[in-house]
Design a protein around this ligand. Structure first.
Ligand code: HEC
Length: 138
């Protein structure tokens, strides 16, 4: 009797354990990919425009203010924005640029050379749209 139990029960328990572990491993992997934070890399040409015309108000080095809170380009690359947040911020960049709202008018009155050229604006728009498409596919 005891022998029969061992013969049936032991392999059965082993099988259940095996199934359980492979299942929970699968779940873990799925969890990791969906909640992943993958800092993006900003291409050099885009970064050059941002550094010249945007990060004065939108980076870790900006002193206080609403602008830094609403948009911080450093957080794209240092992992502070989740992937979802990055997608949302990229959408906001597109919105602001299409409306010609950034840099702000008042600032441009003082520093007219900080206005984006059409070429620069298109470069940023293309980047935002392409990066967003890539992130949404991941
Ligand atoms: C002189 C400072 C200044 C500069 C330069 C500037 N911004 Fe802004 N930006 C602001 C301020 C202030 C706000 C907040 C506006 C508000 O919500 O009333 C803002 C808001 C934004 C937002 C909106 C975020 C949201 O949550 O809606 C985006 C996107 C943005 N800026 C992108 C840019 C880009 C791209 C550039 C460069 C082309 C740029 N900004 C240059 C000051 C600046």
């Amino acid at each position: 009797m005891k022998n029969r139990i061992t013969k049936v029960l032991v392999p059965f328990i082993l099988l259940i354990t095996l199934i359980f572990f492979s299942f929970s491993k699968g779940l873990n992997e799925e969890y990791i990919t969906t909640s992943a934070i993958e800092p993006i890399e900003i291409p050099e040409d885009v970064k050059a425009v941002l550094d010249n015309k945007c990060t004065g108000c939108h980076s870790n080095d900006t002193k206080g203010g609403k602008s830094k809170m609403k948009m911080n380009f450093d957080k794209f690359t240092n992992g502070d924005y989740s992937t979802g947040k990055t997608i949302s911020k990229l959408g906001k960049i597109t919105k602001q640029l299409n409306k010609g709202k950034m840099p702000p008018k008042k600032f441009l009155e003082k520093y007219p050379d900080k206005k984006l050229t059409e070429e620069e604006s298109n470069l940023l728009l293309n980047w935002a749209s392409e990066e967003s498409t890539i992130l949404k596919k991941e």
